[in-house]
Design a protein around this ligand. Sequence first.
Ligand code: SF4
Length: 201
Amino acid sequence: MLEFVANDYESLETTNYKKTNINQEEIPQYLESMSKAFYDTILPSVKLGGKTELPFKTPLGIDVNGYAVWLEGTIDYVDDDGVVWDWKTAKRSYSQSSKQKSAIQPTVYTYAVSEQLGLEPKFNYGVMIRQLDPKAQIVPIYRGAEHWNWLKHHVRGAVTMALRTGVDNQWITNDESALCSESWCSFWSVCKGAFNCHNVE
Ligand code: SF4
């Protein structure tokens, strides 16, 4: 497996892929450590034979000003029992309570699995920590009808506001995302980038 990961990284290096600000020289060591952590800690709990990279496109079941709202995305892995896995790499360990409280991804993915596959879903983050000693976590998140109803409420508010604002007025900005940078946001040059702000980890 380690050889496969190293080869994959080598071929990736020959492409013009987007890089983060992680020290590039340390990446091969992190890859080895995270691969071991995945193999030893996460993989034994994964039921094999499921669907990888499962695309979903499903109506959320709400309508705003005549517009039906749909959810669309790709789930890393879902097994035949409806257990959804999302693989993460992270600088530090996840807090289960904080993710349980408000993470939106488990809500969206479990809703999609329930609607699209008709299964009673469960959700786990499989987290590989980016450090030299192999370390991984399985972080289970409970989601059910109460969370899906909250999602509908949450999305209805956001879509209503977006439609009212329209395209000729300034939208609320949120620069707290890791994707708020010149490399990842296509609006950077006309948004935060126009203020000469530099992203330093
Ligand atoms: S630069 Fe992009 S991600 Fe950052 S606040 Fe503006 S639109 Fe949002």
